[in-house]
Design a protein around this ligand. Structure first.
Ligand SMILES: [Zn+2]
Length: 406
């Protein structure tokens, strides 16, 4: 009983620390009294929390509050973006991006490398490690960097930091990534599913601020989602939650990489869109994309289809529209199941093709229960293609704040 009260107090304290960091991120600088009012806490409680955060040099004094009234002017407090940094790493099917991130969510010293062969374990692992090392070397901040956060394709075990069997990146199958990165960099490393870090990134630095419960949907080469409940990543039991891409959308649909038939990912992902375009061209449908194929599918990728759709190619536009319809239906199911406060729709399809976003919005609204969708807001990703890298770096700050001693 006492133990659970202790844990609960610690949880509240951690959430309050994160809350203060969030307010300072939003407002720039605030007085302790302003923080107390905004968080509905006593001045003494805020004073204690501020002292702890100052001791860790996460926040600093930033001059005096000037309201031109008489009397003693209270001190302003702001984030300290120049003392502790993290490295955010976003691994996708074709490449790895890394950047140093400060507490304000700014990306510094970025590096992007493509995988030469996504099925070759040695080559994929080497490119990931050398990309991280390049960012560390370039930054000259090694002693100020407190850890490395990695967002990688699932399924993966975030507790062991081990990648399991990502269908689009076979080179990382069964790789103990956390161990490998820690051995090479001597920095504590956290590995989490890509869509989960994107959700956390939006919660801290993007359109998820001011919400406690949200879903981030990554509509990209694959389709996944990350769930935030009470401002924390919801991992499921023991992990793996959010696999919206592998929920069946058509019982007679095409075979998915997971072995099931008609998954959302097999029907609507970037890979499925390219496959659908190729099928239609094979049936003789006219399209500006015919020239890409030359009898093979290898030269066409989803960026080309988006480009053609934006230029008014009817085949590309129709298939992107069809994909948005499936994603919209999946979101409607999610709205009815979870009633989140907000859903943030990101990934290359939503970020780069406005009609995709608009059609998902319309479909999810029309197909979900009115008593739920009227309370919920669908939003685009504010961090866009940087959601993964910033979110991965955010994990490090979140863990640091959670592990600070009281
Ligand atoms: Zn599947």
């Amino acid at each position: 009983m006492n133990n659970s009260v202790g844990k609960n107090n610690r949880y509240v304290r951690n959430m309050n620390r994160i809350g203060i960091i969030g307010l300072l991120r939003d407002y720039g600088s605030l007085t302790k009294a302003e923080i107390a009012a905004k968080m509905d806490l006593t001045f003494t409680a805020v004073n204690n929390l501020v002292e702890e955060l100052m001791k860790e040099r996460l926040i600093i004094e930033a001059g005096l509050y000037d309201d031109s009234s008489r009397g003693r002017k209270p001190k302003l407090i702001s984030l300290n973006p120049a003392d502790k940094y993290s490295v955010g790493v976003h691994i996708s099917a074709a490449s790895v991006r890394a950047a140093v991130i400060n507490l304000q969510g700014d990306m510094l010293f970025t590096k992007h490398c493509s995988f030469e062969d996504s099925a070759n374990r040695g080559s994929v692992v080497n490119i990931i490690i050398s990309t991280i090392q390049a960012v560390l070397d370039k930054s000259g901040l090694e002693s100020e960097i407190i850890g490395i956060g990695v967002g990688a394709p699932g399924p993966l075990d975030p507790f062991q930091g081990k990648i399991l069997s990502p269908p689009n990146l076979p080179g990382l199958q069964q790789v103990r990534l956390k161990e490998l990165i820690e051995e090479n960099t001597e920095l504590p490393t956290h590995v989490e599913k890509d869509a989960n870090v994107m959700a956390l990134g939006e919660l801290w630095y993007g359109n998820g601020r001011h919400f406690n419960n949200l879903v981030y949907v990554d509509a990209d080469i694959g389709i996944g989602s990350g769930l935030i409940i009470n401002q924390k990543i919801y991992q499921g039991f023991p992990f793996g939650a959010g696999e919206i891409g592998h929920c069946t959308i058509d019982i007679n649909g095409p075979r998915c990489t997971c072995g099931n038939d008609g998954c959302l990912e097999a029907m609507a992902s970037g890979i499925a869109i390219v496959r659908r375009v190729c099928e239609e061209i094979g049936r003789g449908t006219e399209s500006s994309l015919c020239s890409y194929l030359n009898g093979e599918n290898q030269n066409l990728d989803v960026a080309d289809v988006i480009h053609a759709g934006l230029a008014g190619d009817p085949l590309a536009a129709n298939i992107l529209h069809e994909s948005a319809c499936y994603v919209g239906i999946s979101l409607a199911n999610m709205i009815n199941l979870l009633t989140p406060e907000t859903i943030i729709l990101g990934g290359v399809l939503a970020n780069r093709y406005p009609d995709f976003y608009n059609h998902v919005n319309e479909t999810s609204f029309n197909r979900s229960s009115s008593s739920f969708h009227n309370q919920m807001v669908l939003q685009p990703s504010e961090l866009g293609e940087h959601a993964g890298i910033i979110g991965a770096g955010t994990i490090v700050f979140e863990k640091y704040l959670n592990e600070m001693s009281d």
